[in-house]
Write a protein that binds this ligand. Sequence first.
Ligand code: XIL
Length: 368
Amino acid sequence: MNRNLILAVCSILAMSCNNAKDAHSQTDDTAKVLKEHYESYFPIGVAVSPRALKTDEASFVIKHFSSITAENAMKMGPLHPKQNEYYWKDADSIVAFAKRNNIKLRGHALVWHQQTPSWFFTDKNGNTVSKEVLMQRIKDHITTVVTRYKDDIYAWDVVNEAIADAKDTIYRSSKFYQICGEDFIAKAFEWAHAADPDAILFYNDYNEIDPVKRSKIISMIRKLRANGIPVHAVGLQAHWALNEPTKDQLDKTLSDFAMLGLPLQITELDISVYPKEHNSRERKAADFDTTYSATKEKAQSRQYRMVFDLFRKYKKNITGVTFWNISDRHSWLDNFPVRGRKDYPLLFDKNLKPKSSYKAVVHFENGK
Ligand code: XIL
């Protein structure tokens, strides 16, 4: 063989080898991290605690996620334990983490009926406060918190879970509602907007796949907006399970909310491996099998694939998808609805390794 022919053969071999390498790296999903797979769709977020950010989970969060939410640290109870006393340390540490690592930060939640401080609804004699007093307290709380984080938090869950689950009632009968009626909702948005006119203000709720609850949420948001109230976006918590939502249910849910014409975010996503229940209860004998069986793993991957297929379908409407907790090492579902029952609702296992559900979420044809 002459020398030129040998060189030509060598270079053809090298080229085909490189092509094979390129093709491989394009399809090698372990090379890309979660947020990169969704770069052209929406930011992928996660709920965090200051404690998790002191462990190996911190670098893991930085690697895979482009947005964070404080799981508890910015709620009224933890943040405002006494009338004239705020506890900023935990919330500030999450803000500093987001800033240091150039990660978007969602604020959660300004007004919620749970995790409220005990002083909030009573006077110094233990009597229930008047509407006027409670409205002033809500205003002070919102103004102080939103102003403090004005430059750091781009979106706030202003009111969380104000709509009732019961079909024949519109508003949840929370202390806020019992004392103030529905007015606290509109006012909360106005006060948050006054404190930070640039923040995107969300109404956030769960059980959004239930058609009756959904239509109540949508009607309330329409009414608020018709009255000029600055509700800018809708948060769908998305605490789901292997048995719900179905594909049709979720498609209809997203299409109904999309009709509002407002940005939507999936704010608290997880897929429990147990049948969906909405109320806390004691652990029973039937709950003792807490293994993550191959059947559960398969069903969960299928469910994750389905929900992300639909999230991508609604990418024009969806501006963020946030998981509620980092990995199966710890989830709030380990204690809800059944205390002490281990759940496996996330994409990563307790060693932070990607599960089959992770693969189901990141293996998709681009543009689909
Ligand atoms: C949960 C937290 O994950 C738990 O640590 C805490 O004990 C209770 O609250 N809907 C919400 C979230 O809006 O704030 C809740 O977070 C989960 C349900």
